[in-house]
Design a protein around this ligand. Structure first.
Ligand SMILES: *Cc1c(COP(=O)(O)O)cnc(C)c1O
Length: 566
């Protein structure tokens, strides 16, 4: 099995989380979904990749929400044996002065076009390890700093060692977010100058060689998204993996900053949208940051009715999503409207079954689903309930929400409670449903079944955002702040609508949202009576202008030609 993959050099793609399929809960949100889409596109395009992640046997968590909107977290256990096969090789890494053994599961990602990619899921739950070490790879983003550092040692150091032990020839390393930056330390240990090449006063490590081998994608301008560990902790847990002077030189003088380490050990650094690359340059002066705007996997994020439609009118769209650029001229309006109607009915049924809320097929659905945390501002739409009711009084609409809050994000949990309170306050005027346990399946149902995809982040914190791209594949236009990918994707009235302008102050944004809904979007939806031709034109604009571009095939072709092969 493994032999199928080790005969040619591969790009090793390291990610703390990865969304392989709905039954495997080894992801928390957008970062993991992007990692999954990366490997899915690599499979379709037959790019030789090997993904490395953690087995996360207890997943991120399963979200339960009570009637008050209080979130509780249950372990989301899965059985690796059902989906992956155990590999023979084992290696050890030093943690707290002892050897912690690491094995791996081979998950073979099979693309819908027959391409296959190996995914290694690292696992410390081995008989050789003592009890607490067996849990290092159990809880995705669980535990404290010490636990996180241990996970990152397993991922970075362990991943590189295991690839080597299994016989992989790695041509390039892709550090997908700083979590896996410790892989660079293992490479430094591998590439040490021979005594005759070494210049006095200089690092014993061949840093240029390691930089040549690595690319790094940074994913967020939010400070908490960048791991930092005190050197006291690093010393206690990791010891001296590389010499401390070099480490401080590469990872920061005060504490070990994983982002800085990745920046210093990667020749090619990438931000996930044009604006995000600029913001990252300002955050890390002196580094060159390229922009490769994210994309989503075409087949995965297209609902069944739209797959059928594209197969019929634009065959080959799955491999060349550029073909979707023709959707505006080549697909009849009625076929688009019918496919959307099917996806919408499926969402309405899901909402009824999961929440008891009954939605109306003729009334537009606003969809909003994302990680529940302060900067995403899921409450912006509800900041003036009287105004919202007044808008709904003349042109009705309904709302479907979903999203998890990190177990330790108290503010995020409070937001979920508030959203439930708003839903009660709007009862009888605006139907509001909250779908629990946001996952891949719920996401597809939502982005395809909604009529309008809403996003209201506080700028400039939305690095990219990808759910609006998924909506575009299903002919669903966005109404969004001009941040992240939407700065590039928004053509006003053609692919969707902007809230406010790119420079406006944050305090007027709720009004801008209400104004746009009341004066532009809802009249536009209803303005055509029984002929939704104008709206369908925007649906087609979303497909032909945005799905054709904001897909992970384009993203991977760019990563390949600009980062992996230079
Ligand atoms: C796409 C997706 C996300 C990320 O969406 P954003 O728009 O980037 O917030 C998070 N969770 C799930 C389950 C997704 O499918």
């Amino acid at each position: 099995m493994l032999d199928d993959f080790i005969h040619e050099p591969r790009v090793a793609y390291f990610s703390m989380e990865i969304a392989l399929r709905n039954e495997i809960p080894t992801y928390a949100g957008g970062l993991g979904v992007l990692a999954g889409d990366t490997v899915r596109s690599a499979a379709d395009l037959e790019l030789p990749l090997v993904a490395v992640s953690l087995v996360s046997r207890a997943g991120y968590f399963r979200q339960e929400i009570d009637a008050q909107g209080r979130q509780t977290e249950q372990p989301s256990l899965w059985e690796p044996r059902e989906w992956a096969r155990p590999l023979d090789a084992k290696i050890a890494v030093p943690i707290e002065g002892r050897a912690v053994w690491i094995g791996a599961w081979l998950y073979v990602l099979e693309g819908h076009m027959g391409g296959r990619q190996p995914v290694l899921l690292l696992d410390t739950d081995l008989d050789e390890n003592r009890r607490e070490d067996r849990q290092i790879t159990h809880y995705l983003y669980g535990g404290d700093d010490t636990y996180r550092l241990k996970q990152e040692i397993v991922l970075g150091l362990g991943g590189v060692r295991l690839l080597h032990a299994l016989g992989f020839e790695v041509r390039h390393y892709h550090i997908n977010e700083g979590h896996s930056a410790l892989l660079g330390l293992e490479l430094l240990r591998r590439y040490i100058y021979s005594p005759e090449d070494r210049r006095p006063e200089e690092s014993p490590y061949d840093i240029p060689r390691v930089r040549e081998l690595c690319s790094f994608t940074t994913h967020t301008p939010v400070e908490a998204g960048h791991d930092r560990f005190s050197y006291e902790l690093v010393q206690r847990v990791l010891g001296n993996a590389v010499d401390p002077t070099t480490l401080k030189h590469l990872a920061g003088a005060e504490d070990l900053n994983m982002t800085r380490l990745a920046l210093n050990l990667s020749e090619y650094v990438i931000g996930v949208a044009k604006r995000h690359a600029e913001v990252s340059k300002a955050m890390f002066p002196g580094y060159r940051v390229h922009a490769v705007t994210n994309g989503v996997h075409p087949f995965t994020w297209t609902s069944e009715p739209f797959r059928k439609l594209y197969d019929h009118y634009l065959p080959g769209w799955c491999h060349e999503p550029e073909l979707l650029a023709r959707a505006d001229c080549c697909i009849p309006d009625a076929a688009i409207w019918d496919a959307h109607g099917q996806a919408k009915l499926a969402l309405i049924e899901r909402v009824r079954a999961r929440t008891g809320v009954v939605l109306h097929p003729k009334v537009p659905i606003l969809g909003f689903a994302r990680r529940m945390t302060a900067y995403k501002r899921p409450d912006l739409l509800f900041s003036d309930l009287e105004r919202l009711k007044a808008i709904a009084g003349s042109r009705s609409f309904q709302i479907v929400l979903a999203g998890k809050a990190h177990p330790r994000d108290e503010g995020g949990k409070r937001l979920i409670e508030q959203l439930h309170a708003y839903a009660r306050a709007l009862a009888g005027v605006v139907p509001v449903a909250y779908l629990p346990d946001y996952d891949l399946e719920t996401a597809l149902a939502l982005v395809s079944g909604a009529d309008l995809w809403l996003n209201t982040p506080l700028r400039p914190f939305e690095a990219s955002g990808t759910s609006g791209m998924k909506a575009a594949f299903n002919g669903v236009p966005s109404l969004s702040m001009l941040d992240g990918w939407w700065i590039e994707g928004c053509i006003e009235g053609v692919t969707g609508w902007a809230i406010g302008d790119a420079a406006g102050a944050a305090d007027g944004e709720a009004h801008a949202l209400y104004d746009k809904l009341e004066q532009v979007v809802l009249p536009f939806y209803y303005g055509y009576g029984d002929d939704p031709g104008g709206w369908i034109k925007v649906m087609k604009g979303a497909i032909s202008k945005n799905a054709s571009f904001f897909n992970s095939h384009r993203m991977m072709r760019r990563y390949t030609t600009e980062a992996y092969i230079r």
